[in-house]
Design a protein around this ligand. Structure first.
Ligand SMILES: *Cc1c(COP(=O)(O)O)cnc(C)c1O
Length: 339
């Protein structure tokens, strides 16, 4: 395991998240001939609504506090889980939070929307700077940081989805937690399947985290928006950066990074029938909610790969639930599609 003890970290979750078997769900999709499916409940991490950003933010906020920042500036889509988790962590640490929000779907910003948008307001986000798709979000955040400095603030800018090597350490830590739990229950995972999104940090962190273990599972990232080549390159860059940060030799090559873009459908955050089926099936067999933008499409991928016969009945597959549940209330018509 990669030792992270030397690196400053805040803690936003009490103890490890649950890792449990999904017996009824495995039976429903594999009909007795499928693999054993487990779930890692990172939707139950700390910060309102949990999700994968919480692990990343533990390292990011430690750095921001070290730099005596008083204002966090970050960006995301209009229903960003990352922005909501950041706003929540900012409150815990007593910092202000300002957001740059990108309308990836034209006119998708609605100040009265529920889900994460409502939570930005409830958490008292100081500024929401809404821009159209295609803007350079880093330069918009740089301008917001200049403005904050002008006001006498000391801003810390966090790139999209905490997609830096420091943020990726969150999932090096996550991989360590998974390996310890697998050992505890006495199994080995053949594959870990999860949503791979705009920063690629989750997949990068997992790949680095598993890289030192000899029986490391295959990591399968299901794209939430990007095509697979773009995503593979994005993950590769961040893998390299993360190895650099840890001062370790880079042992994960581009060809070993698996990204699957078969389940994106018409585009980022747009619904697909298989996503709706996945969300409904997991809710009705296990009482666990998925979100329509990320984890629902990732689970659609898992279901389809099982149906294609990609796994044998003796294999153990881990679904990493990356969160996003607060957004489900905003997208209720999408997940009830084709009922
Ligand atoms: C942000 C997000 C992702 C994507 O995370 P990456 O580390 O950028 O791949 C996946 N799932 C949910 C629910 C998210 O909010």
């Amino acid at each position: 395991m990669i030792d992270l003890h030397q690196i400053e970290r805040r803690t936003y979750t009490h103890g490890p998240t649950a890792l449990v078997q999904l017996e009824r769900f495995s039976l429903a999709i594999g009909q007795g001939a499928g693999p054993n499916i487990y779930i890692k409940r990172d939707d139950e991490l700390g910060l309102i609504g949990g999700g994968n950003k919480t692990r990343k933010l533990e390292f990011i906020f430690a750095q921001a506090l070290h730099q005596c920042a008083d204002t966090i500036i970050t960006c995301g889509a209009v229903q960003s889980n990352s922005c909501r988790a950041t706003a929540s962590a900012a409150r815990i640490e007593g910092l202000a939070c300002r957001l740059a929000l990108e309308q990836r779907v034209p006119n998708s910003y609605d100040p009265k929307a529920s889900g994460n948008n409502f939570l930005y307001q409830l958490l008292g986000v100081e500024k929401q700077n809404v821009v159209d798709a295609g803007n350079d979000m880093n330069s918009i955040m740089a301008t917001m940081a200049d403005q904050a400095r002008h006001e006498g603030r000391n801003p810390y800018v966090m790139p999209l989805g905490a997609g830096t090597p420091l943020g990726a350490l969150g999932y090096v830590n996550g991989a360590n937690e998974i390996m310890a739990q697998a050992q505890q229950i006495g199994i080995q995972f053949d594959a870990v399947i999860h949503a791979s999104g705009g920063s690629g940090g989750t997949q990068s962190g997992l790949l680095v985290g598993f890289s030192e273990s000899k029986d490391s599972p295959r990591v399968i990232g299901i794209c939430s928006g990007a095509d697979k080549i773009t995503q593979q390159q994005r993950v590769h860059r961040l893998v390299q950066g993360t190895f650099d940060l840890l001062m370790l030799p880079p042992t994960v090559s581009l060809k070993n990074i698996v990204c699957n873009d078969d389940y994106v459908g018409p585009g980022y955050s747009l619904p697909t029938p298989l996503m709706a089926e996945a969300v409904q099936l997991l809710a009705r067999t296990e009482g666990v909610l998925l979100d329509p933008v990320y984890s629902g499409k990732a689970m659609a991928g898992l279901i389809d790969l099982v149906r294609q016969g990609q796994f044998t009945p003796d294999q153990n597959i881990l679904f990493l639930h990356t969160g996003g549940v607060p957004a489900i209330y905003h997208y209720k018509d999408d997940v009830m599609l084709h009922l």
